[in-house]
Write a protein that binds this ligand. Structure first.
Ligand SMILES: [Zn+2]
Length: 300
């Protein structure tokens, strides 16, 4: 059974007409999953507390978001304290909802991997990927693996755990010399527990799949995570306006098959967080495909 979180208030994580980040994509994604054959538990989100936000963010930064100070036209923060806090709480809710029979948890209004401890960046205000990982550790999952296949490098997440061997961060993204965030996401940043797999716009989907799918199971075998958190951004899709790489359904389905088999074999739960995806309504369909694939393969 899949735990999926949704509440109408999550629709408020939205930057308005003309901005690429519209929360309707999350609502449509949830609708698609509920309409599908997936067995699900629909759960309500709760707000993350300030103490939980402090697991990653600084006190001054949290205060500035509360007081509507800062942000940019790319990442507006006005009146976003509560919506952003709710989207983090939604990630914590799905972590809490994992149990023996319900080992896949989904928050489509999450995956805010660009937020730094003291800065809103790239449509991301509070970094629920980082807070979700730290919260999972409080819940007893000692070793956390984060796999981020959004087309943009998961820079806020990498930064949070660079000196922490208990969290292994893997990011698969478009070569940052040709894509936001430009400054990070290169292989020179790789360490024992940080792996960047940049993809050049020249690579074919087959080449990308060969590279990614042959690497990740080995990393899982080596690290032995107690929980896997996935930032399942689908903005690498071939028609997505943000992307110069050409991924299709085949990539998202294949990586989901490989990872769900690893999860089943090694008996670790999986948390799926939405992330990017700006080609509507395909974003919702791709998220459904990923969630269905995980459910089917873990159940079998
Ligand atoms: Zn993205």
């Amino acid at each position: 059974m899949v735990n999926i979180v949704w509440g109408e208030k999550l629709i408020e994580y939205d930057f308005g007409e003309g901005h690429p980040l519209r929360s309707i994509r999350c609502k449509k994604g949830v609708d698609e999953i509920l309409k599908s054959d997936t067995d699900y538990n629909l759960i309500n989100p709760r707000y993350a507390t300030e103490e939980e936000l402090l697991l990653f963010h600084t006190k001054d930064y949290i205060k500035s978001i509360k007081n509507n100070i800062g942000g940019s036209s790319e990442t507006p923060i006005k009146d976003m304290y509560n919506p952003a806090r709710l989207s983090v709480g939604a990630t914590l809710t799905v972590v809490e909802s994992i149990d023996e029979n319900n080992r896949i948890s989904v928050n489509l209004c999450g995956g805010w991997h660009h937020a730094f401890e003291n800065q809103a960046r790239g449509f991301c205000i509070f970094n629920d990927v980082v807070i979700g990982a730290k919260y999972s550790q409080k819940k007893g999952y000692k070793k956390v693996m984060i796999i981020d296949w959004d087309v943009h490098h998961g820079d806020g997440t990498q930064r949070a755990f660079l000196n922490d061997d208990s969290v292994y961060t893997i990011s698969i993204h478009q070569d940052p010399s040709t894509q936001y965030p430009y400054l990070t996401g290169y292989t020179r940043e790789n360490t024992k527990t940080n792996l960047n797999i940049p993809i050049s716009p020249d690579e074919t989907e087959q080449e990308i799949m060969t590279k990614v799918l042959s690497t990740i199971p080995n990393e899982i075998r080596f690290f032995k995570p107690d929980i896997l958190i996935i930032q399942m951004g689908v903005d690498g899709y071939k028609y997505d306006p943000m992307s110069s790489i050409d991924l299709s359904e085949r990539f998202y389905e294949s990586i989901s098959v490989v990872l769900s088999r690893c999860a089943k074999k090694n008996r670790f739960p999986v948390v799926l967080l939405g992330g990017g995806g700006f080609y509507f309504p395909k974003t919702a369909e791709l998220w459904k495909l990923i969630v269905e694939t995980f459910e089917k393969n873990i159940k079998e």
